[in-house]
Design a protein around this ligand. Sequence first.
Ligand SMILES: [Zn+2]
Length: 255
Amino acid sequence: MHIIAFLLYLGLSTILCMIASLPLFGTLIGILLFCPSVQAAGVESAFPNISFEMFSAFIQSTFSPNISLSSVLMLIFTLNENTDLLNLHARNQNRQFRYEQKRSSSTWMNALSHAIQKKTNEKKLKSLFTKDERPSDLTGSEATEILSIKLDSFANLLGLNPFKDGKFIQKIQKISNDAIQPILVLCPKSYVCMNGACQPHSLLMLTRLNQVPEAILIKGTKIFQNVSVLSAHCPTCKTAYFIDHETYGPSNKRK
Ligand SMILES: [Zn+2]
């Protein structure tokens, strides 16, 4: 046993020494290869694709009419980002062996409900229950159970269930957010004329709609391709406004 542990240690230290001797680029690749999230990054499930009509009907019948958009979005992203938990939960619900108990609720979903209860303020928590079913103690175990059932229905509505009619179909992978990426249009920061000798007039678009330049935008760790870039001008003093600079002076001196 000790020999195996020593060999493993020796193997790992050799690999780490090899990585350390590589130039910076090699080191980075070495670290990335050892990072499990990078290895798994290629496999993703599509973002839930249901009609807004179905979605809206579910929200209205499941939660209080006072539920806010932010609470609804929080619930969607909580489900989307906890696919490992949803896989475990669904497997608990779907008995595959005779000795397994069939469960309608599972400790996995209860743990998720409990986490939501802990992190949500009272007003928002209240809005997750309809008037008739709302328990007096919003942080108690009865509330946890009710919320669990709602989350289970919500996950099913979003198609986040690896089983169908008790049959295993496919494990839910990390959910891709590609379909909900915002479409960005870059504009000048100033929204009125900033020329001291002019008035704070509204700005008109300088870019022609049939000639909009595009750029690649790197925002934090995200890369946005084909981002439209617009510029503006003041119709009175002719100052031009671009995303990175402003050009003052008469238009005949500018190009
Ligand atoms: Zn102006």
